[in-house]
Each structure stands twice: as structure tokens, then as C-alpha cells.
Write a protein that binds this ligand. Structure first.
Ligand code: NAD
Length: 437
């Protein structure tokens, strides 16, 4: 099939490459000229495992191209909308201006029978509003809401082999003409057994925000338990192991630590609350305010623990923060708890060095006042305290004896509870985890 992908960021660039991998002819469109130049040269504009190899592989087939010219969408049968929906400045609601602009740009190029597929995460009600806009210009085109569930760091495999597909269509019916067209797009994963659910537009939009709210709640639940464990002298990692053995609960997403961040969970739960308020259903989601508050409290807690670790004062203390990305295997620093903690420590008088294998360029753009060192051995040199805040494999595998030779004081705060406390203490370190004695 001929496909256009509008918006080539973390979601769209991967989607475009994966659709070409599935055998389709794809044009990726973005307003960012730098991104398009890099993608056209088969270079990934951000770090995502496997993406660059995939770009090279599919571009050699001639099935994938990139452009800033929206007119290139003409002639495609299916148009994926993958632009950003960030938090509005000064408000909880989502900023829909990019989605609206993308659709406005696409409308003149739509033909009868085309299918517009929304993948961006949007407030419920957006799709039916966009469908009206499409119907005014091209009544014979269709809209499907097909939310994306990929995880950064696993985006390529999640796109090629997702857990499920959700198609939202106006009448919620399997017989809607767009269903068969999208089935053709996803023929390979569907044939491999990926389940697919057809719903109305509003349900499809809500599936995405509900899923993110559930995940955020699970993380904040275990972080609330960490607060309790700290107060009671208990161990949250053992508690999580024990409750996670109950099938109804499950161990996934029960990792107490510095909390969630990134370009999705924080802004999605806030936008969900804002939308519920508009719909007069705000009471249903007041619990998400607490989820958000527990999450933000983790960052303050880590700053306080770091002060304790440094003997009561941060002034002039050399602190090395290991990890800047919001999660490992990504260079994404949007609302990264690690970076936000690093910046707080610096504001409170510490001399902060941040290290990360992939995210330093993005981090330096966000917080130019921090010092950045990529090489771990150099970054930890002469540190008064280490903070492990993003659990990259190389930090999990650090040898406490080797690292001890570089630092001034062997003190470490394990913000993700991924190190073996016994091993670090036996090597002479003052080890602090979160929610553990
Ligand atoms: P992003 O900021 O990385 O990418 C958005 C891209 O859209 C940018 O490259 C931007 O230049 C481009 N863009 C903006 N306006 C445009 C226009 N008018 N025409 C063409 N391109 C335009 O954001 P992202 O992380 O890829 O997220 C995109 C959407 O997908 C969001 O709604 C997000 O919530 C959702 N989502 C993201 C992920 C993820 O892991 N990143 C996962 C699931 C869903």
C-alpha cells in the first residue's frame, strides 16, 4: 500500500520505517528540516535501538522516503497522524495545535477512499471533531483512531509485533470500510496472531489514556509503599516481590524508585484529568492528582536523601548523576526525573556532573548549566556521592571495588533499586536505596 506518515518523531520515524519493512511504500513528512535531512540520509535523529539499521535496510529497497512537503501525501491510501500532543504551557490540557495543523495541511491532498489514521495520544472527543473536518472537505475519506502503545527503547519490535491493535471507527463496526484497509496495512502482524479490537472513536481514544493512567498508578502505588517502608523500616523490593507473585497484581511496573517521566505518562495523566473536567467527570479522575503528587514527591525525596548522604549539606559537594534519559535505551529527556533531580541538586549548591551513554546532547540543550561527561570512569572521578538515576545496563554492572578507586567518598544512592546492597556495602560503600532499610 502507499502510506504517508505525518510527524517523524519518536513515534512517527519508527512507524514509517516499520511500515516500509512490512512491504509498503512510505513517505514520512515532518516540518523539522533537520530531522528530515537526517532521516533521508538513513540516520536516526534520536537514539532508538535498531532504528538506524532498519532505516538503512528499508531505504535500500526504495520503499521509504522523507520530505517536508505535505503535498507528497497526495497519492497515499493511508495517512498516519503521528505529531506531538505535549502539555499546554501553564495548563494541564494537551496542546492540540500540532494535530490540528497536520490535518489542515493534509486535507487538500485527500482523495475519495483515503483513510486518515490517528496515532497521536489525544483527549477523548478529538477524533469525532477531526472526522467532521475531514467530512467537510472529502466526504468519502475515512478516519480511524488507532492509538500507539510502543515503549521507547523497544519501539521497533513493539511496532512490528504489538500486544494488540485498537481501531476506533465512527460506527464502532467491523464492517466499517476503513477496517479492511487498516487490516491490509497490518496484514503481517495480524497474520502472526496479534489481536485486534474494533471500537467506536471515543473508546479507542480512551483505551490509550486509560492504559497510561493505569501504569502511572501502579508506579505511584509502589512508590507510596516505598514511603511507608521508609517510615516503618521495611523493604519495598521484598514487598513488591511478594505482592507481585499474586497473578492478579503481577510484578511488572512495581519498581519503587525515582518515579516516572518521559514524553507520555506525566502529560497524558494531566491531559486526562483536564479532559475529564471539561466533560463534567472530574471526580472520576481525582485519584490521578494523587498519582502525580506521589510521583513528583519522589524527586524531592531523592534531593533530601542526597543531602543526608552528603552529611547534611549539599553546598560545594561534588555529585555525579548516572543517567539523564527518562529511561534506559533512550535519549529522551522529556520530563526526565533524573535530570530534574540533577538540576535541583545544582540549584541547592551541589556541583553536579551528569553522565549518560546516549542522552547528553539532549540533556545539555535542556539544562546547559550542568556539567556533562560521557565516560563513566571520568564522570565519577573525585565524586563525594554517586546517584544512579537511570538504570542503564552499564551502571547496573558497575563493580563497586573498581568505582571506589575513583571517588573521593564511597557513597551511592541507588534511585532505581537495581544494585545489590550487600555487595556494595561489603566493598565499603555507604549504600542507600529507596524504600529499603
Ligand atoms: P515527538 O515530539 O518526538 O514527534 C512529533 C513530531 O511531529 C516532531 O518531529 C515534529 O516536528 C512533528 N510535527 C509537528 N507538527 C507537525 C506538522 N504540522 N506536520 C508534520 N510534522 C509535524 O513526539 P512523539 O514522542 O513521537 O509523540 C507523538 C505522539 O505520539 C504524541 O501524541 C505522543 O503522546 C504519542 N505517543 C508517543 C509514544 C512515545 O513513546 N514517544 C508512544 C505512544 C504514543
Amino acid at each position: 500500500m502507499r502510506i504517508s506518515v505525518i510527524g517523524c518523531g519518536y513515534l512517527g520515524a519508527v512507524h514509517a520505517a516499520c511500515m516500509a519493512k512490512l512491504g509498503h511504500h512510505v513517505v514520512g513528512i515532518d516540518v523539522d528540516e533537520r530531522k528530515i535531512a537526517e532521516l533521508s540520509a538513513a540516520t536516526a535523529p534520536f537514539y532508538e535501538p535498531g532504528l538506524e539499521d532498519l532505516l538503512k535496510e528499508v531505504q535500500e529497497t526504495g520503499r521509504l522516503s522523507f520530505t517536508t512537503d505535505m503535498a507528497s501525501a497526495a497519492g497515499s491510501d493511508v495517512h498516519f497522524i503521528c505529531v506531538g500532543t505535549p502539555q499546554k504551557k501553564g495548563e494541564n490540557a494537551a496542546d492540540m495545535s500540532y494535530v490540528d495543523a497536520a490535518l489542515r495541511g493534509l486535507l487538500p491532498h485527500l482523495s475519495a477512499g483515503d483513510v486518515v489514521v490517528g496515532k497521536s495520544t489525544v483527549p477523548v472527543g478529538t477524533a469525532s471533531r477531526l472526522a467532521e473536518g475531514i467530512a467537510e472537505v472529502q466526504p468519502e475519506a475515512h478516519l480511524v483512531w488507532n492509538p500507539e502503545f510502543l515503549r521507547e527503547g523497544h519501539a521497533v519490535s513493539d511496532t512490528l509485533n504489538p500486544d494488540r491493535f485498537v481501531y476506533g471507527v465512527a460506527d464502532g463496526s467491523e464492517d466499517h470500510p476503513a477496517v479492511a484497509i487498516l487490516d491490509e496495512v497490518y496484514d503481517a502482524p495480524l497474520s502472526a496472531g496479534t489481536p485486534r479490537l474494533v471500537s467506536d472513536l471515543a473508546t479507542a481514544e480512551l483505551v490509550k489514556t486509560a492504559a497510561n493512567s493505569f501504569l502511572a498508578t501502579k508506579i505511584s502505588f509502589i512508590n507510596a509503599m516505598a514511603e511507608l517502608c521508609e517510615a516503618a523500616g521495611a523493604d519495598v523490593t521484598q514487598l513488591a516481590d511478594a505482592i507481585g507473585m499474586d497473578d492478579r497484581i503481577g510484578r511488572k511496573f512495581l519498581h519503587a524508585g525515582i518515579g516516572f517521566g518521559g514524553g507520555c505518562l506525566p502529560k497524558d495523566i494531566r491531559a486526562f484529568m483536564a479532559r475529564a473536567g471539561e466533560l463534567g467527570a472530574d471526580q472520576a479522575l481525582t485519584f490521578l492528582r494523587e498519582v502525580d503528587a506521589i510521583n513528583m514527591r519522589r524527586r524531592t525525596r531523592v534531593v533530601e536523601l542526597s543531602r543526608e548522604l552528603c552529611g547534611g549539606s549539599l553546598l560545594g559537594k561534588r555529585i555525579t548523576v548516572l543517567g539523564a534519559a527518562f529511561k534506559p535505551e533512550s535519549d529522551d529527556v522529556r520530563d526526565s526525573p533524573a535530570l530534574s533531580i540533577a538540576a535541583q541538586l545544582q540549584l541547592q549548591g551541589a556541583v553536579v556532573t551528569v553522565s549518560d551513554p546516549k542522552a547528553l546532547a539532549n540533556a545539555a540543550r535542556r539544562f546547559p548549566e550542568l556539567q556533562y561527561v560521557e565516560d563513566t570512569d571520568t564522570a565519577v572521578k573525585n565524586a563525594d556521592a554517586l546517584l544512579l538515576l537511570t538504570e542503564w545496563q552499564q551502571y547496573r554492572e558497575m563493580d563497586p571495588h573498581t568505582v571506589k578507586q575513583y571517588v573521593t567518598e564511597p557513597r551511592i544512592l541507588d534511585g532505581r533499586n537495581v544494585l545489590d546492597p550487600g555487595k556494595w556495602r561489603a566493598a565499603g560503600w555507604h549504600y542507600r536505596g529507596l524504600g529499603r532499610p
